[in-house]
Design a protein around this ligand. Structure first.
Ligand SMILES: [Zn+2]
Length: 63
């Protein structure tokens, strides 16, 4: 099953949809370029067993 999570880009404020690979575990860290402003963010994805959903939070990376 495909899972998604969303986060607010800390650099442009847009809501970004993220596809989660469930094979990578309940807590995942990844680096993504924002689809809107193209700036790099570090994303932390966590799986909430109670709601059975992924939640994502993003932190801006200064390059
Ligand atoms: Zn952005």
């Amino acid at each position: 099953m495909e899972r998604t999570a969303s986060y607010d880009c800390p650099q442009c404020g847009e809501r970004i949809l993220l596809f989660v690979d469930q094979g990578n575990g309940d807590v995942q860290h990844l680096i993504e370029d924002c689809q809107v402003c193209c700036k790099a963010n570090e994303i932390t994805v966590t799986y909430d067993h109670r709601s059975k959903r992924y939640a994502a939070q993003a932190v801006a990376i200064d390059l």
